[in-house]
Design a protein around this ligand. Sequence first.
Ligand SMILES: Nc1ncnc2c1ncn2[C@@H]1O[C@H](COP(=O)(O)OP(=O)(O)OP(=O)(O)O)[C@@H](O)[C@H]1O
Ligand SMILES: [Mg+2]
Length: 312
Amino acid sequence: MPKETTKPVLQIGEPGPGVAKVDPILVADNVTRTFGGMTAVDVQHVEIPRGAITALIGPNGAGKTTFFNLLTGFDRPDSGAWVFDGQDLAGVPAYKVARKGMVRTFQLTKALGLLSVLENMRLGATKQSGEHFFGALFKSTWKKREADITDQAMELLARFKLDTKANDYAASLSGGQRKLLEMARALMTKPELVMLDEPMAGVNPALTQSLLGHILNLKTEGMTVLFVEHDMHMVRTIADWVIVMAEGNIVAEGYPDTVMNDPAVIDAYLGAHHDTDLGSLTGQLEVAQDIDPHLAHEIEEEIEEEAHHDGK
Ligand SMILES: Nc1ncnc2c1ncn2[C@@H]1O[C@H](COP(=O)(O)OP(=O)(O)OP(=O)(O)O)[C@@H](O)[C@H]1O
Ligand SMILES: [Mg+2]
């Protein structure tokens, strides 16, 4: 697919960190979070474009997961406000955030191993009227709702090719299948914004292609995606927009084909490797492993070739 021809116009105004978007689904201002004396997140202004796939990248410890936690109500900020689809969400707890249409997955999957795959899915559903006193009085309503949830869960499981495992313990799934389960579960609330924290981490290469397809499908269905990822190949392949975090700040934003040439981005990544000797292949490999597995693989081959050459 020629990406250039389908590239949507997302930004208005001056390019750079905090740039305004044509149609933002989420706008955050002055969001800070400190742990002890350390500032983990200090985001002055950021807008997430609606209907697009945005990658949030940055070196380890940049604050990406903490920012996800704050936005989705799993953690409380020291300061800040953010508006999702016109609704002020600062201070709103996670389960209510999900009901409002914003869900996230976790870097380390939270699938409950001793529940079945289907039970895990059912936990993703919200507004279980049966859980309310009056709802429970109307048992027929409750039963109908239960059946609907099961139908919806099975439909999603089929789409993620997990339907044959519906009654297996989640613990029996592979790492990649758990990532799929988590994504499927997130969709139970019919969200508008899906936030994925390292969806590819720990996924077997055989599953990565289908995971990429699933993420692209979310966009096709009209959802907005914000995902954290270290694999730059994946970022280039599916992201429409890239936001770069370093030391809690947003240091750069842009279209994927341009943002990686931004000196602030190179600084951010190399800053995390200030002791690395980039003149050596092993030094380059160390940095590449953090940024781009494909580049890392090429450097590995080069190192092998050199060793072979030297051996002769
Ligand atoms: N609960 C916590 N208590 C203390 N420090 C924390 C806590 N959570 C995160 N931090 C610190 O905040 C900083 C940002 O961490 P965070 O996990 O958000 O980074 P990240 O960008 O997601 O990194 P990675 O790419 O490795 O997942 C780190 O220095 C981390 O050690
Ligand atoms: Mg993280």
